[in-house]
Design a binder for this molecule. Structure first.
Ligand SMILES: *[C@@H]1O[C@H](CO)[C@@H](O)[C@H](O)[C@H]1NC(C)=O
Ligand SMILES: *[C@@H]1O[C@H](CO)[C@@H](O)[C@H](O)[C@H]1NC(C)=O
Ligand SMILES: *[C@@H]1O[C@H](CO)[C@@H](O)[C@H](O)[C@H]1NC(C)=O
Ligand SMILES: *[C@@H]1O[C@H](CO)[C@@H](O)[C@H](O)[C@H]1NC(C)=O
Ligand SMILES: *[C@@H]1O[C@H](CO)[C@@H](O)[C@H](O)[C@H]1NC(C)=O
Ligand SMILES: *[C@@H]1O[C@H](CO)[C@@H](O)[C@H](O)[C@H]1NC(C)=O
Ligand SMILES: *[C@@H]1O[C@H](CO)[C@@H](O)[C@H](O)[C@H]1NC(C)=O
Length: 311
């Protein structure tokens, strides 16, 4: 019985020899039912692991779309190939595609592929930033970034260039001393942020996670680390303090001017009274001494110092 089994294996090996041996040395292993498919699985494992490595590496912040698209294309290319292995057979005459995807209860490579495609690539909304023109047949898929992503990048670089431009050498040290950087580069920053914000609040357009996290981190750097929002607020505070001070000064000046003019008016009234009513008759006799002297003195005082408003 065992002899027959061995004979069968040997027979099937030799019969499929021209097809598979040159492609996969593991076919030599007579115990490996799926020997002819092994080389494809190994190739798949390599492109999967490259994609995993890239995605893991670029995970803080998550920026898989813009950094790992070539790994993703390679992975998808080989995935397509493994799904179209209809010309290579296992020892029990199943296609390698069947072996890889259907033969066993568990398929690690399928699970990993699903995770890479759905949990990583699709959850990062990579389609919102770039478009891959798939061409599996010719193994010549290409990538095209969309306009808003390119514009975002160029605005980001404008701002970074501005910061680099106004710092000499070590940005970390310069920023901590250089309070000017916030006002010098706030126009490029506003430009970047407004561009992002207009797309962010528009429900019909979207950015991939790469751009969102980049903007988030940039905002934190600018506001919380370099404290540019605070510094601009401080400037704004200074301005408002100055304005308040000016208003107070003007009000005070007005108050004193008004008081002075009012004082002058009283003086004029006094003049009129003193001119109009020179005391006569019997009552005038009562106004003697100090009273007359008082009127006279006030009259003469006003005469020598006329009010400012009348001059
Ligand atoms: C890993 O990520 C860092 C930046 O986060 C990058 O500089 C480096 O080149 C990456 N390495 C690989 C192998 O992609
Ligand atoms: C394998 O199956 C195909 C059809 O699916 C058949 O044409 C071929 O002869 C079979 N080969 C062997 C070795 O059984
Ligand atoms: C597909 O092309 C890439 C480079 O463009 C190459 O590295 C890879 O080996 C090719 N894959 C196949 C199966 O030919
Ligand atoms: C950098 O500074 C130079 C002059 O100092 C100026 O001409 C140039 O426009 C600046 N570039 C940026 C990006 O601010
Ligand atoms: C920045 O401050 C550090 C100390 O806090 C000082 O050693 C350094 O010279 C300063 N750099 C500039 C450009 O002023
Ligand atoms: C940049 O900041 C300066 C000073 O805080 C301010 O005068 C200027 O208006 C700001 N520019 C923009 C575009 O916000
Ligand atoms: C950006 O930051 C906000 C708050 O800091 C957070 O709620 C949001 O999830 C962040 N977005 C991304 C893509 O990290």
């Amino acid at each position: 019985m065992f002899y027959v089994f061995l004979c069968f294996i040997f027979f099937s090996l030799t019969s499929s020899e021209p097809n598979t041996i040159e492609m996969s040395p593991t076919t030599d292993d007579p115990w490996d039912l799926d020997g002819p498919c092994q080389i494809y699985v190994e190739k798949f494992a390599i492109v999967q692991s490259e994609m995993v490595r890239c995605a893991s590496n670029w995970s803080i912040p998550p920026k898989v779309c813009t950094n790992c698209f070539s790994q993703y294309i390679n992975f998808k290319q080989v995935e397509w190939e493994t799904k179209n292995l209809n010309h290579v057979f296992s020892l029990d005459n199943r296609t390698c595609s069947q072996v890889i995807y259907d033969n066993y209860l568990l398929s690690y490579s399928t699970d990993i592929s699903v995770a890479l495609t759905q949990r990583i690539w699709e959850q990062s909304r990579c389609d919102s930033c770039l478009k891959i023109n798939w061409d599996f047949e010719k193994n010549s898929s290409g990538v095209v970034f969309n306009d808003r992503t390119l514009q975002f990048q160029s605005k980001l670089y404008d701002w970074r260039n501005c910061v680099v431009n106004y710092t000499s050498g070590d940005i970390f040290e310069d920023i901590s001393n250089e309070t000017q950087i916030c006002s010098l580069c706030n126009s490029t920053f506003d430009d970047l942020f407004n561009f992002y914000w207009n797309i962010y609040i528009d429900p019909t357009t979207d950015f991939c996670v790469d751009v969102e996290t980049t903007m988030n981190d940039t905002l934190h750097l600018w506001n919380d680390v370099w404290k540019c929002a605070e510094r601009q607020d401080r400037n704004r505070d200074l301005v408002s303090v100055l304005i308040t001070l000016c208003v107070l000064l003007v009000l005070t000046a007005l108050f004193y001017t008004a008081t002075f003019i009012q004082g002058g008016g009283k003086a004029r009234n006094l003049i009129r009274y003193s001119r109009m009513a020179p005391p006569r008759g019997t009552r005038s006799r009562l106004l003697t001494g100090s009273s007359e002297a008082h009127f006279g003195s006030s009259y003469s005082t006003v005469n020598t110092f006329p009010p400012i408003s009348s001059s």
